[in-house]
Write a protein that binds this ligand. Structure first.
Ligand code: AMP
Length: 216
């Protein structure tokens, strides 16, 4: 049975980094809707460009558009043996659409991990977060160039002060209910994200193994 993992958690919880590591470790594709959108904007895709203003304001983009992006991506053969979703679902409508998709594609159960971090720490982390302008990888807040490709490090436009607060507000209002949607499932797990990345990765591995065993 494939490992179908959803990494949940507020902006700044480190879920993108953890999703990336876990995906590499297990040989699974990491599917980040934020990365897909940013990539499509770079390529001047008209639909993505139309969503850019909403992204810059920290607002969510249209459910139908994001559901289509995920449906197309999950239909590709490399997702057949499992995947790690990062940044999706963010609304209950998206979570329902994903359940439909899972049964239509005949995928196994979802494993849902919530990475929790206190709000004060999130604000601090997002204010200092830097990403590479070339390869998009999250980088240490110190330094000017990416360790992976040498690209220039920049602040994400939506990590700016007021936009961060708006993203956290939207998370509480619209994405928190998604956790309630999943909470009663036997494959729902919580990880403490306010630890070193190594410690979080270790816990994450353990809870995902445990949840995978609970599917049988
Ligand atoms: P992220 O990199 O996951 O923080 O996503 C960056 C931005 O892309 C978000 O603030 C939204 O504007 C948009 N976005 C990414 N994923 C979704 C989603 N599942 N639903 C709606 N908007 C999304």
């Amino acid at each position: 049975m494939g490992l179908n993992v959803i990494m949940m958690g507020p902006p700044g919880a480190g879920k993108g980094t953890q999703a990336g590591r876990f995906a590499i470790d297990r040989g699974l594709p990491k599917i980040s809707t934020g990365d897909i959108l940013r990539e499509a904007i770079k390529e001047q895709n008209p639909t993505a460009l139309a969503a850019k203003a909403r992204m810059d304001r920290g607002e969510l983009v249209d459910d139908a558009m994001i559901i289509k992006i995920v449906a197309d991506r999950l239909a590709r053969p490399d997702a057949r043996d499992g995947f790690v979703l990062d940044g999706f679902p963010r609304t209950v409508a998206q979570a329902r659409a994903l359940d439909d998709l899972m049964s239509r594609l005949d995928f196994g159960p979802l494993i849902v991990v919530d990475v929790t971090v206190p709000e004060q720490e999130l604000v601090q982390r997002l204010a200092t977060r830097r990403i590479c302008s070339v390869c998009g990888v999250n980088a240490e807040p110190t330094g000017d160039v990416c360790r992976k490709c040498g690209g220039r490090l920049v602040q994400r436009s939506d990590d700016d002060g007021n936009v961060v607060l708006e993203r956290l507000r939207i998370y509480q209002q619209t994405t928190r209910p998604v956790l309630d949607y999943y909470r009663e499932r036997p494959t729902f797990r919580v990880v403490n994200g306010a630890q070193t990345p190594e410690r979080v990765a270790h816990e994450l591995n353990a809870v995902i193994n445990d949840a995978a065993a609970a599917r049988r």
